[in-house]
Unconditional design. Sequence first.
Length: 387
Amino acid sequence: MVASKDNVVVEALGLTKIFRDFWGRPKARAVNGIDFTVHCGQVFGLLGPNGSGKSTTVKMILGLLFPNRGVLKVFGEEPQNVDMKSRIGYLPEETYLYRYLTAIETLDFFGALFGQSVEMRRERSKQLLEMVGLAHAFNRPVGEFSKGMARRIGLAQALVNDPDLVILDEPTSGLDPIGCREVKDVIRLLASRGKTIILCSHLLADVQDVCDDMVVLYGGKIRAAGAMDEILCEEDKSRIVCPSLSEETVRELRAWLASKGISNDDEISIDHPVRDLEDFFLEVVRQAREQSVDTAGVQAGGEIPDYLADQGTAILAALKRRETAPAPEAAVAAKPAEPVIDQERLERLEKTEPAATTPEPEPDLDADAQAAKEAANVKLANLVGKK
């Protein structure tokens, strides 16, 4: 990709964030003068150990924290610009969802926050649930989901508004290898369609598979930065991959290398390559599915929704909505669309107020009890009179 000022999505110059105590004294310099640029269509890795400043940087990009010094621009605007936030999708490190809403109601709720119509919310919710492999659990409350299933629904809600910038914080946490591969496939496909992804993860193998560029933070400063291929390339070594060699050929190859001045066995490694464990695991699962083996676990994810996969279709749809948009006066008078709610489930959750009760009248006293009561009153009056 050709880098230019026009396709810059996030730009940070001298970004600094200092946390202070109650008296205003510096307590922690979480981010200390970092510079980085994220371009359109790029998968950008934000790496570092715990406490290195990753989460603080993400919160400043989202406008949740204000930097003390430096410049931070998102789509050329200040991160606090509310209108710009509709172009961002965010999956936090911990999935925070309303546990009593079902999966379909959860996506419908987030779609309603972006002002989407009922039809659009219903269509996108079904497509996203199919994409993340939860179509069979659409009517289950998310409070019953496992951590892996909660991450899947969290990824779906981060994409419900068709964002231009997607920030994913530990997106594969709690997922099985199948889910990890599906999430990585979604990330690469989104990037190929012009989306920009910022990925924070401690699973470095996942970062290596999908990221184009990365920065490594430590102590609030950038310790390494650059393109993934350039950083990981060991230019002082060479590797040859070929079909399996016989022992005689290996001896001849070592003799030839020795004639070239390379005779140290510590510098020469001739062995059989080892396949990637993830690829081996997925191959075993694929064979089981081809044999129609039953499972009660999460199903395989489906295709990515059309509105995420086809930018041309999305543009035409946006133009069509603009042409058919109501006049400003009508838009003001129109009421926002109501979220789609499962009426039957809502009736089950409604709590009826207890019926109002009237106090029961005291029972009538019989004649003997009434006489005893009057005698007690007379005796009390006499005692009061003597005092």
